[in-house]
Write a protein that binds this ligand. Structure first.
Ligand code: ATP
Length: 356
């Protein structure tokens, strides 16, 4: 299997710089997710790897070949699109085999490859249907099947689950993860959905404004977000951010006074500068009768396995906390909350994350 090396990639659309001096290594067989908000450049980057979009500058290698000047068909990649891009008048089997027939692969080989892909994706019973006679999930499997028959070294997925409902999305996520294990191919998956990124990726590349904000394993990004942007983009419910008024170093961390409340953090203070923000994930804010924070509950979300409490502090700042599945807390209650100092983060004036 082939790794991918991007070196100093630039992409401009007229005067607009969509990708700025981006470099990235993807190991052979790795499952990498490009994660970022709409417009951050992740699709453009994927399309440049696929050869559907020329680079303005920079180098792309797939395996040991430089490919940035090669057409898509010679790069050894297969792409799966959000809208499936199936031919409506061709059957499922024809849709899957079309690309191979086009490049002159013989009929028997094409048929065998279609059978193999259909078996992996459980499409055997649907091979004679037209795309119009399939559900959205089945169409997506055909689109993946069309990629599999090409036996590419690299699979590129462009938000392939966006048009599926929540349940099917979750199932297809698992199917793609299985497929990756089974084929061992290098896969790049573009999404703005952080749950897809967290669950599928071996490595997440978080992007913003045409730049890489952070590269890391899912839990590394979750636990040690390098910037406030990454922290706010990963995790549901989102991380709480509280403006820090006063901060006094104490032991290995600090004591923060915040609207009359006393909060401890285990983040070392030596490198902190500028206007500081405390970051804490809702799961690290818990109900505790001895807790130092008093808050009023204004929304209660019961999710079954946990309850999400949206609260307001006396100074008007909002703090989301989590309680056990069958929380007794109700709308309007005044509760005491405790923050785990070891699970706090501080973002400095430049938005850079500091962790315990
Ligand atoms: P989304 O999740 O909405 O698809 P994205 O992160 O994939 O977003 P891109 O599609 O890569 O974003 O677009 C990156 C930026 O480049 C956007 O600001 C977009 O408007 C711009 N852009 C993309 N294609 C073109 C084009 N052909 N001409 C001009 N600008 C473009």
């Amino acid at each position: 299997m082939s790794g991918i090396e991007l070196t100093s990639i630039n992409k401009a659309f007229g005067a607009y710089e969509a990708i700025a001096n981006l470099s990235l290594s993807v190991s052979p067989g790795e499952f990498v997710v490009f994660l970022g908000p709409s417009g951050c450049g992740k699709t453009t980057l994927l399309r440049m790897i696929a050869g559907l979009e020329p680079v303005s500058a920079g180098e792309i290698s797939i395996g040991d070949r430089r490919v940035e000047h090669l057409p898509p068909g010679q790069r050894g990649v297969a792409m799966v699109f959000q809208n499936y891009a199936l031919y409506p008048h061709k059957s499922v089997a024809e849709n899957m085999g079309f690309g191979l027939r086009n490049i002159g692969v013989d009929k028997a080989t094409v048929a065998a490859k279609i059978q193999e892909a259909a078996r992996i994706l459980q499409l055997e019973a649907l091979l004679d249907r037209k795309p119009g006679q399939l559900s959205g999930g089945q169409r997506q499997r055909v689109a993946i099947g069309r990629a599999i028959v090409k036996s590419p070294e690299v699979f590129l997925f462009d938000e392939p689950l966006s048009n599926l409902d929540a349940m099917l999305r979750a199932r297809t996520r698992v199917e793609i993860a299985r497929l990756h294990k089974r084929l061992g191919a290098t896969m790049i998956f573009v999404t703005h959905d952080q749950i897809e990124a967290m669950t599928m990726a071996e490595k997440i590349v978080v992007m913003s404004n045409g730049k890489i904000e952070q590269i890391g394993a899912p839990m590394e990004i979750y636990r040690r977000p390098s910037t406030r942007f990454v922290a706010s983009f990963v995790g549901v419910p989102a991380m709480n951010f509280l403006e820090i008024g006063e901060l006094r170093s104490e032991g290995d961390g600090a004591r923060i006074t915040l609207g009359g409340h006393d909060i401890r953090t285990a983040v070392p203070t030596a490198d902190l500068s500028g206007a500081l923000t405390l970051g804490v994930r809702p799961e690290a804010v818990r109900i505790n009768p001895q807790g130092s924070i008093e808050a009023k509950v204004d929304v209660v979300e019961r999710l079954g396995e946990k309850t999400v409490l949206h609260t307001q502090l006396a100074d008007g700042q909002q703090l989301i906390a989590e309680d056990v599945g069958e929380s007794r807390v109700r709308f309007g209650d005044v509760v005491r909350l405790e923050i785990d100092p070891l699970r706090t983060h501080i973002f400095d004036g430049k938005g850079v994350g500091h962790h315990p």
